[in-house]
Design a protein around this ligand. Structure first.
Ligand SMILES: NC(=O)C1=CN([C@@H]2O[C@H](COP(=O)(O)OP(=O)(O)OC[C@H]3O[C@@H](n4cnc5c(N)ncnc54)[C@H](O)[C@@H]3O)[C@@H](O)[C@H]2O)C=CC1
Ligand SMILES: O=C(O)CCC(=O)C(=O)O
Length: 381
């Protein structure tokens, strides 16, 4: 907080309300006793309480963390609308190194801040956090999702997220090659974490060789071991080399902003389909991919499997319902790709319009007066 204020004062150009633009609320959480420094961003609650995961990342500055939280929260409004869920967009970021700085107390403190929002924000895992972290937060608030099955939840949300990525790859191969076969294509996977590793595993088990990259050695070793067991080959690329991989499909499953002015000219793939949130550095990069003839499957549809599962948890949890909705990601991606082809416009434009239309229609429903609900003030009958 202090560093944000210092930055704000020293750089006249930084205006927090300008940064927030259309966001409803931002909560800065500072708990020196546990070392917690977090930002909760709520973008839009027109469709319902905000729902979105919590990322832990060693941000270089508070400004960088704030920008990430704001952008991720906005993406959740789109993702909830795209998946036809009655929730709004929000996201949290914890500033710190997930490999060194986590403690149970930190997540309990985080849980208290979530509780203070009194049902305006539900959260769970994202990059750098796991279900175990949120078991601590759950002691302070019920507004936690992606809860382990042993605690009555739907369990690991990265499983349906990975399944949604696979379903999206099938839709893309249908458009590229005329069938939805996973086998016989080449894939370049960036990031072998909770989602990326599962995607890589499914692709190896379907008989594919892979290009992969990660910044840590353990997941690389684990995927090599798995590939060996299945007689498949994994070629490990340095972080920056993954963009130049001679593959059919690039599967980004790590950080955002990786499709930008520097990387797009390097891409040799036919399509980009991955779980990473906010893959496009800016919307105009969707256009750049379109002009280059690279199919871009919009991230907020591709990676909506986890959200579908955690939202379902709040309605009592039903695995069949989740599976059915996760399968529908295939149809949604296929529709976006087909419309983009027919209308000769970028896939992002089609997907954004689809979300805006849903929000417009549902905003109208939310405005409808329901007589059983008590008005906030006393009204004569
Ligand atoms: N977990 C989920 O269910 C969902 C995740 N996502 C998004 O998918 C992405 C991955 O999420 P998780 O797998 O949960 O995160 P994770 O933290 O479990 O894994 C991320 C992996 O990426 C690696 N990595 C980080 N920077 C890298 C770089 N520059 N190059 C290569 N590898 C790098 C990390 O070492 C780690 O292995 C994130 O953008 C997240 O927001 C989106 C929807 C749901
Ligand atoms: O997948 C989750 O656990 C929460 C949903 C989310 O934050 C996301 O889709 O980015």
């Amino acid at each position: 907080m202090e560093s944000l204020l210092t930055e704000t004062m020293s750089r006249q150009s930084f205006d927090i309300f300008q940064e927030m633009k259309e966001h409803e609320q931002v909560l800065f959480c500072n708990d020196p006793s546990t070392g917690l420094q977090a930002i909760i961003a709520i973008h839009d609650t027109t469709l319902g309480p905000a729902l979105g995961g919590c990322r832990m990342y060693p941000y270089a500055s508070t400004e960088e963390a704030l920008k990430d939280a704001l952008r991720l929260a906005k993406g959740m409004t789109q993702k909830n609308a795209a998946a036809d869920l009655d929730f709004g967009g929000g996201k949290a970021v914890i500033i710190g190194d997930p490999r060194k700085d986590k403690t149970p107390e930190m997540f309990r403190a985080f849980g208290q801040y979530v509780a203070s929002l009194n049902g305006r924000f539900y959260t769970g895992t994202d990059m750098g956090t796991t279900m175990d972290d949120f078991v601590h937060a759950l002691k302070e608030t019920e507004c936690i999702v992606g809860v382990p099955e042993a605690y009555g939840g739907n369990g690991d949300s990265s499983i349906p997220t990975a399944q949604g990525v696979i379903n999206s790859i099938k839709a893309v191969t249908e458009v590229l090659f005329g069938d939805s076969e996973l086998t016989g294509r080449t894939y370049a996977i960036q990031g072998l974490g909770k989602v990326g590793f599962k995607v890589a595993k499914m692709l190896i088990e379907s008989g594919n060789d892979l290009y992969v990259s990660d910044i840590f050695e353990e997941p690389i070793q684990a995927i090599k071991d798995l590939a060996n067991k299945h007689n498949r080959r994994v070629e490990v690329l340095q972080a920056e080399e993954i963009y130049k991989a001679d593959a059919d499909i690039f599967v980004p499953c790590a950080t955002g902003g990786i499709l930008n002015d520097e990387t797009i000219p390097e891409l040799r793939v036919k399509a980009v389909v991955g779980s990473a949130n906010n893959q496009l550095a800016e919307d105009r990069h969707g256009e750049m991919l379109h002009e280059k003839g690279i199919l871009y499957a919009p991230d907020f549809i591709v990676n909506s499997g986890g959200l579908i599962q955690v939202a379902d948890e709040l309605y009592g949890g039903n695995k069949e319902r989740v599976l059915k909705k996760t399968k529908a990601i295939y149809d949604a991606i296929l529709t976006v790709l087909q419309q983009s082809k027919e209308q000769q416009i970028p896939t992002l434009v089609v997907a954004n319009e689809m979300c805006e239309e849903r929000i417009r229609k549902r905003t109208h429903r939310n405005n409808f007066f329901v007589p059983q609900l008590q008005p906030k003030w006393k009204v004569r009958k």
